[in-house]
Design a protein around this ligand. Sequence first.
Ligand SMILES: Nc1ncnc2c1ncn2[C@@H]1O[C@H](COP(=O)(O)OP(=O)(O)O)[C@@H](O)[C@H]1O
Ligand SMILES: [Mg+2]
Length: 369
Amino acid sequence: MANVTFEQVTKQFGDYIAVNNLNLNIEDGEFLVFVGPSGCGKTTSLRLLAGLESITKGQICIGDRRVNELSPKDRDIAMVFQSYALYPHMSVFENMAFSLQLQGKSRKEVKQRVQSAAQQLGIEKLLNRKPKELSGGQRQRVAVGRAIVREPAVFLMDEPLSNLDAKLRVQARKEISKLHEELKTTFIYVTHDQVEAMTMGDRIAVMKDGILQQVDTPTNLYNNPTNMFVAGFIGSPAMNFFEVEKVKQEVKAYLQLGRDLVPLNHYLSQLTADIDDRPLTLGIRPENIYHPQYLPPDIQGCKIRAEVNLIEMMGNELIVYLETPDGAEFVARIDPRARVRQGETLDLLFDIQRIYLFDREMETVIFAK
Ligand SMILES: Nc1ncnc2c1ncn2[C@@H]1O[C@H](COP(=O)(O)OP(=O)(O)O)[C@@H](O)[C@H]1O
Ligand SMILES: [Mg+2]
């Protein structure tokens, strides 16, 4: 078991900066997820930790040991790759036993460790099969099994579920979370899928263009994103953004959203008065927009007129794609009982307690509830 620290870690490939000054402390026993769009530097960060890439600047520690100069096999980590990389000519048993045999463990210990891992993963009956005789889900378990037999201090997993179909992915997600609970070892997990990140991570590190944007618990990321990127990346359908302008009518302050006005409470009118004339973006999540006939009694709605472009009936909710008269598009998740027709104009209600404000140019958050 060990904590892991990235200290001002930068990785350059020629002139290209794949990881830019990464600072991150991962607690002993924590399940940390790196998430972000393709190419943002997730795999590179993991490979730097594993010793499969050299570090351009900064240092990485596992426990209190600096590992920059250590070879991969001396770092006490095990990695599960996206491509599983099982040896095709070896049986499941041999695949799982291989690294232990390399370490010179006794036959008895190898057998005992492989069997115990196989039991934990429910693959005892597959030990004599070759990889080509396994389903995708079984191969994925063997790849995990091959990592756990080594009893490493830290597990690294790079998109281990991306080759599975949607249903298996959900199941495998739960199995990996359960494995983490049982082993109580540090897990560092990479995915581009925010749902996977939200459901599995104790904390999530959101990356973009090689730069760590925010690291926090799923709930805090969702409620208090530090910028528009995180706000838009976490949550599905994504948060809606509108360019708005501050206006005053008599003594009350509003945000002008197209032709409609969003009233500001005392706190927000103070806040927006204090930040002079920076251009603002309003954010609101699809679930905080209501159909006029299905507004819960305790919610204060602000009317925004829009035309319905498209409707997706999901059974438990209605996803409605809308457009204001000024052409701003947005998405609402509304009560499935609402009768909505394509092409109709509606007065939607925005929950004004749930609006976010961002600096439009810097894209940083000004207000989150
Ligand atoms: N060996 C390499 N040589 C040059 N560029 C690389 C190399 N490995 C990764 N990159 C680049 O670094 C960036 C980050 O890659 P990667 O860490 O694989 O992203 P992610 O896993 O988040 O999709 C990408 O733009 C990728 O093309
Ligand atoms: Mg990757």
